[in-house]
Design a protein around this ligand. Sequence first.
Ligand SMILES: [Zn+2]
Ligand SMILES: [Zn+2]
Length: 412
Amino acid sequence: MDTGINLGKVSEEEYPLEPTIPPKTVFITHAHLDHSGYLPAIISRYGCQEIATPPTQDLGELLHIDFLKLQKEGGMELPYTSQDVMAVRSHAYDVNYNVEMNLRGGIKAMLLSSGHILGAAMVRLKINDRVILYTGDLSTRNTRTQDMAETSVGKVDTLIIESTYAAHNDRHPSFQRVEREFKEAINKALDRGGRVLIPVFSVGRAQEVMLSLEAFVRSGVLSRVPIYIDGMIKKINEIYRLYWYYLRSQIKRQIRYTRQSPLESDIFVEVYQKKNVNLDEPCIIISTSGMLEGGPIVGYLKQIAEDSKNLICLTGYQVPGTRGRRLQDGEREIKLSPDEEPFKVFSEVKTFEFSAHADQSGLFRFISKIKGLERVYCVHGEEWKTIEFADRIEELKKISAYSPINGEIYPL
Ligand SMILES: [Zn+2]
Ligand SMILES: [Zn+2]
């Protein structure tokens, strides 16, 4: 279940460990590279089948091609070729939510919505009388694009749960409050003549931020300035329009009946090779990558950072070691490459928790709804968080909980 790549690369390897037994089936919960990024390598090596929702297949392909491009530009190693990316489709099975599949060896599998991004799924496996649920990335609040994760998951004895925001002090403010503060901060920066830079992931975060801005403009509560969109966001928006069925009911209805997506509203100006961007006037720039590690955002960073009128809006969790994390932690000297002189950041830097991950109370609410739970594995988080989370589950829920280390094997 999942085969990602590590984009922060601080404490761990970049690519997954080799599986001890050749896999026959790989489930991909969602397209983000930390879950799907190594898939083409696994398929080319083992020729196994892959199961995911239809949007995950399409989004994944775009992200894999883009990943190869960025690695090549950065002079870095390529773990697979573009032919390997194209070959994934001949091993792929598209499966919708809530459909029971019969796999080899009497295993039954089902994908359930995890509420995280378009097409994101949890995987439920029935092996004899054991039921295992793997959450992938999990969101337990409604956002503009997604309904929260499915909570009727049936009886589950073994849960493998993500831990991105699992620490006791990880508490998200309500989505409404995040949006209100976001709007106020942007208006303030624009009013003082500043420019606003918003680094986003191309899948998920970009669409949430764009729909918030679109709603602000429509209701007349945001100063009217050009909103530039740079990076591969436009291609991703097309997939969001195509798979409207996987979106939240309101936007789903809108796209279904009008055939138009608010993500393609004319308030957004698509950037063509930076030629149509006017940075001399107040404006908003939404661009990839979300942690300022690559992509067109890096080209804007220096220009925006040097002026105290400007505002940089981080939109959620930043992996340790990334430029985004350093800014979030208060560092105000940033380098664009190891051999370059650092530059000073004078602009305002703020974080708005647009996160598509459950916080600790959301994770506990989710766990509480599961019947028959016997053991929990806390994964996909900073190490101290997975340990703390496992301890709290044992203490509060009286269920065995573990924080596995890489390569560890647990008999079920
Ligand atoms: Zn994700
Ligand atoms: Zn993730």
